[in-house]
Design a protein around this ligand. Structure first.
Ligand code: GMT
Length: 379
């Protein structure tokens, strides 16, 4: 198939999933055209089946906010027509599904009724999409898509609850490259960070409010308080970082907390981790947790959103009520001070991750593409 993938190029779940999906599809022989305003961060190697189309748009003094959605629609018209796309798969509803609809309308019969599939990832529905200023457009664009997928049952239900959706939503979860995300020997790295055999706790996020990074610090503080010798590695960056740094200073634990900033080789860091913390206020799937589990790292998470569909309480880690840093801290202490329990959870975490193996899930997308295309030809 000749597939167009519209995505956000920056750090963040939807862009990572879209890029890895495109790379996986290319490896399986499809031609993939990535379309965005910048090269996707994880698109860092050449593949003969992959091309990247940059959406350029010019600034003009009248445009305080240059209309990216219109520039994208114009580029899509061109790409669909001249690259002869069979299918357009857009990730994140705003504005990608809207621009795709517009492009299809502009092309009319010249677009050969190209099917547009929209994948809902999370904040496009749970936060941004339910901002009343976007609701009518998001509802319309989802309903006008030829196929709609969501990354968890929770997100599917949430979409039906928040919007008047007439379309059937297919759940296709996030996935993982088990070869890349596996525990590697990084003893030198661990020794450098923890010369006295301290435990390593890791959190990875974009440091937005929804990630509750401050809760991570509170959990870690409780772990230290209970006498566990440990370090906390905070990976990523974002608006809440200054607040989190301040809290570390107040708790006088700065010497035990490392802010690593944005990192590409997350699997190297996860390879020295003993525990992963994800106390988010909202998480439609929790790709960061899946990456940790794939590296055999048990997860302590909040019990919200799609996290219970991934992290199994008492098996791959533990789930606690939102903001219950005491319970999360206590579970952390029990895992970190019991080698047998840690080993069991670690093995289960990897086994659970195997259920989300890349090719298994890519096959689901391929099947879904074919079913939508078949529906189009019948109609
Ligand atoms: O929160 C992020 O990391 C970005 C966000 C997005 O919308 O791009 O990620 C969402 O999509 C990921 C991939 O499908 C999911 O694994 C994340 O759980 C989801 N984030 C939230 O719901 C907060």
């Amino acid at each position: 198939m000749n597939i167009g993938i519209v995505l956000y190029p920056t750090y963040g779940g939807s862009g990572v999933v879209a890029t890895e999906l495109g790379k996986g599809l290319a490896a399986r022989g499809h031609n993939v055209h990535f379309i965005s305003y910048a090269r996707p961060l994880r698109l860092n190697e050449f593949h003969e089946n992959i091309s990247f189309h940059e959406v350029t748009f010019s600034a003009y003094p009248l445009f305080e906010y240059p209309p990216y959605d219109l520039a994208l629609a114009s580029h899509l018209v061109d790409i669909i027509k001249y690259q002869k796309l069979d299918l357009l798969h857009v990730h994140y509803a705003i504005p990608h599904a809207t621009s795709a609809y517009l492009a299809k309308q502009i092309l009319g019969e010249n677009g050969n009724g190209i099917p547009v599939i929209t994948t809902l990832h999370g904040t496009d529905i749970t936060i941004v999409g339910s901002d009343p200023s976007y609701t009518p457009v998001v509802t319309f664009s989802i309903n006008k898509s030829d196929g709609v997928t969501a990354v968890s049952e929770y997100l599917k239900e949430e979409t039906y609850r928040k919007f008047e959706i007439t379309k059937e939503i297919e759940v296709i979860p996030n996935f993982i490259d088990l070869d890349r995300f596996k525990r590697k020997k990084k003893n030198h790295f661990k020794k450098a960070l923890c010369p006295n055999g301290e435990k390593v706790l890791v959190h990875v996020s974009n440091f937005r409010e929804v990630k509750r990074v401050s809760d991570t610090v509170e959990i870690f503080h409780r772990v230290l308080d209970k006498g566990v010798r440990a370090h906390l590695l905070l990976v990523g960056d974002g608006p809440d970082r200054p607040k989190v740094e301040t809290r570390c200073r107040e708790l006088k634990i700065c010497d035990k907390v490392r802010f690593l900033g944005k990192q590409e080789m997350i699997e190297d860091i996860l390879s020295i981790a003993d525990l992963f913390l994800i106390p988010s206020a909202s998480e439609t799937f929790g790709l960061a947790a899946l990456e940790a589990m794939s590296c055999g790292v048990p997860v302590i998470s909040s019990d919200i959103g799609g996290l219970p569909e991934l992290n199994i309480h008492g098996e791959s880690g533990y789930l606690c009520g939102l903001g219950d840093v005491e319970a999360m801290g206590d579970y952390a202490v029990s895992i970190l001070s019991d080698d047998k329990l840690h080993k069991k959870l670690s093995e289960n975490a990897r086994k659970r991750a195997e259920e989300f193996e890349l090719n298994k899930i890519i096959e689901k997308y391929e099947d879904y593409y074919l079913s939508v295309m078949k529906r189009q030809t019948i109609v």
